[in-house]
Ligand binder design. Structure first.
Ligand SMILES: NC(=O)c1ccc[n+]([C@@H]2O[C@H](COP(=O)([O-])OP(=O)(O)OC[C@H]3O[C@@H](n4cnc5c(N)ncnc54)[C@H](OP(=O)(O)O)[C@@H]3O)[C@@H](O)[C@H]2O)c1
Length: 325
């Protein structure tokens, strides 16, 4: 039985919201035992979900992929409460974190979370008004004036020349990133591959794949001098599975996974690159592919502390891994 566009809170899974996209199907087996084939819950991973399963412990990686679930990383979750400087950056030095796509969504929430903890943000996006607003928000999230050295720039990551200019500006400020989070991303409007206009396909690949490569091309050389640094390339469950309606996006995220694993083999000791599936979070992007049921998912603000803990705790032992928040 196909259920088109319905959304519900599953009675079988307590608080965990379900979204049934066009391709979801519901099978009744024997009397009342039902198995949901859920495509959307993990962004496209088709999996028979038995209600008795513990979804939170489900590991998304393919065979041979190391998985780490940040769900367990709660030790420093209160780190950086603005009124408590002694707790700031607990367990680690202040880092300079470059995040692409900071004007909205996950990039913005992560930037604010890390700034609250005393880390310095270098960010980019294309919407100048949103960057201006974030600059002010970062300043008020930052504890002291000396920590308020955040740099936001209008950069289109899909353009090599724009990223090159970004790297030059960062170098002039002598603030080489310790951590890079390639979060800027785009998704195609839900459509079958043959109905996606060529320009839209290009735009998804240019942003998600070439954008990530552009950033690595211009920033890894800066990091090489210090022979240290961690690179996080935002992937997706749809970078590890297939899904109808979002083939260009899936293709771009599979490519990000391959790019990351390969670059990981090129980095010198002391550096690491990982692909990170952030989970399912209510942002403009989720709204685009899930429609109204996107609002059933966690907010970027509730996601950011967990993601920040995970990102700050990555080490060179994680090099080449495909991880999930
Ligand atoms: N939300 C989820 O549930 C989810 C799940 C799996 C993976 N992800 C991944 O997580 C990342 C963040 O997603 P999101 O949900 O936060 O998306 P979002 O809300 O749509 O935000 C996308 C961000 O990327 C920026 N951006 C897009 N194209 C850009 C370009 N060419 N140059 C520079 N910046 C650009 C946008 O800023 P401007 O428009 O100002 O340029 C915006 O800040 C993406 O890589 C996405 O694929 C998200």
């Amino acid at each position: 039985m196909a259920i088109a566009g319905a959304a519900t809170t599953s009675p079988f899974l307590g608080h965990i919201p379900f979204h049934f996209g066009k391709s979801s199907s519901l099978h009744f087996i024997h009397n009342s035992v039902c198995i949901f084939k859920v495509k959307a819950l993990f962004w496209g991973s088709t999996r028979n979900v038995n209600p008795a399963d513990n979804l939170l412990s489900y590991s998304q990686g393919d065979a041979g992929t190391r998985e780490k679930r940040s769900i367990c990383v709660f030790s420093s979750i209160s780190e950086g409460s603005p009124g408590n400087p002694s707790s700031r950056s607990a367990g680690g030095a202040k880092r300079t974190v470059l995040i692409t796509g900071v004007s909205r969504g996950l990039g913005k929430a992560l930037a604010l979370e890390l700034a609250k903890r005393g880390h310095c943000i270098i960010g980019c996006g294309r919407s100048q008004d949103k960057l201006n607003a974030l600059q002010a928000e970062l300043a008020s999230a930052t504890y002291s004036a000396s920590e308020n050295k955040h740099l936001l720039m209008n950069v289109d990551v899909s353009l090599n020349s724009s990223v090159e200019e970004f790297a030059r500006a960062v170098m002039e400020k002598k603030s080489v990133p310790d951590i890079i989070v390639n979060s800027a991303g785009a998704i195609n409007r839900n459509n079958k591959l043959w109905e996606v206009p060529a320009e839209e396909f290009d735009s998804v690949i240019d942003t998600n794949l070439k954008g990530t490569a552009n950033v690595l091309r211009h920033f890894i050389p800066l990091m090489l001098e210090k022979k240290q640094g961690v690179i996080i390339n935002m992937s997706s469950a749809w970078g590890r599975s297939g899904a109808a309606q979002v083939a260009p996006y899936c293709a771009s995220k599979w490519a990000v996974e391959g790019l990351t694993r390969s670059v990981a083999k090129e980095l010198p000791p002391g550096m690491a690159a990982v692909a990170l599936n952030p989970g399912v979070i209510y942002t403009d992007m989720l709204q685009s592919c899930f429609g109204n049921s996107a609002s059933l998912y966690q907010t970027p603000e509730s996601w950011a502390p967990v993601a920040a803990n995970m990102i700050l705790n990555l080490t060179i032992a994680d090099n080449g891994a495909s991880l999930s928040v």
